[in-house]
Design a protein around this ligand. Structure first.
Ligand code: SIN
Ligand code: FE
Length: 289
């Protein structure tokens, strides 16, 4: 199988110049891995390296686009310090993306930045929510009409524990297997989901098919075992970047990660024909949004 992970020696969050090969690899759904790029914690921030940093009632800790911290435990001073740490990661992630992919600038939409202090392997979830199974990211309640999901991750584990992923086969290979099995899109069902407020807007055929891929992959244990894949330990003190709506991925173990999501209209890519929207449209033979 073609290499799905591209290692990059860059250590600074500011790439010296955009590199057409890295850009094409990323837009082909590969994972860019920066083993020498670390997010530095201040000594005082080490106190946040505990699952207790999270409010037990919340799923995640996040800093929203407006700068509000959600899901954190602790008093006001601790919450301000945690927001500053997550905000600093956001700025570095944005600097990295701006320097690697300068044409995206002004077209990116900032999503919340998350801090995930929980141990991956101790979480048990329903199959659909279980990110230990290979999948492409798709949101059931927030249709995105083909808008891209670009993510920057950093492993900040203080004990050298890697965050171990499995990285699967190229998007088109996945789509060719699961599109024939996808339930057909029904507009009346999409309208019902919207009327019932299960979706925040009308689910498009694109969004329906992306969820069918996500669910088809996760529900198929035979596929999980047999699909072409590579285990990938992302080292403590490293960064990786991918389009998570395109790169087939699963997280097997690890603890303490920061993650920044950015959204991009697919027509603003360097190569719009590489997007999941373009691939699914070509494979299905009709417009999907
Ligand atoms: C995911 O997007 O599936 C989870 C990634 C992670 O927690 O490392
Ligand atoms: Fe995911």
């Amino acid at each position: 199988m073609e290499q799905q992970i591209i290692e990059n020696p860059l250590s600074s969050w500011q790439a010296p110049a955009p590199n057409p090969e890295w850009i094409a690899a990323l837009e082909a759904g590969k994972v860019l891995y920066f083993p020498n790029m670390a997010f530095e914690l201040l000594p005082s921030e080490r106190a946040f390296l505990t699952p207790a940093a999270r409010d037990p009632k919340a799923r995640n800790i996040s800093l929203d686009a407006a700068g509000h911290l959600k899901g954190a435990a602790g008093d006001t001073a601790a919450q301000i310090a945690l927001a500053l740490m997550i905000g600093r990661f956001r700025e570095q992630a944005l600097a990295l993306i701006d320097s690697l992919l300068p044409d995206y600038k002004n077209n990116l939409r900032l999503a919340p930045t998350s801090y995930r202090p929980m141990q991956v392997e101790s979480r048990s979830q329903s199959w659909r929510a279980d990110d230990k199974r290979l999948h492409v990211d798709a949101f059931p309640s927030r249709p995105n009409y083909g808008e891209r999901i670009l993510r920057v991750f950093t492993n900040i584990n203080p004990d050298g524990v890697p965050r171990v992923w499995r990285v699967g086969e190229p998007f088109e290979t996945v789509a060719r297997q699961f599109l024939p099995r996808a339930k057909p899109y029904k507009r009346w069902q999409a309208k019902l989901l919207h009327a019932l407020k299960i979706t925040k807007s009308l689910r498009s055929e694109y969004d329906h098919l992306m969820l069918q891929l996500h669910d088809g992959m996760k529900s198929d244990l035979d596929y999980q075992a047999r699909a072409q894949q590579v285990p990938m330990p992302f080292a403590a003190g490293s960064v990786w970047v991918c389009f998570s709506d395109q790169a087939s991925h699963a997280v097997m173990s690890g603890q303490y990660m920061l993650e920044q999501t950015l959204h991009l209209p697919p027509e603003k890519q360097y190569n719009p024909t590489a997007s999941p929207l373009a691939i699914l449209t070509r494979l299905s033979g009709h417009p999907l949004i």
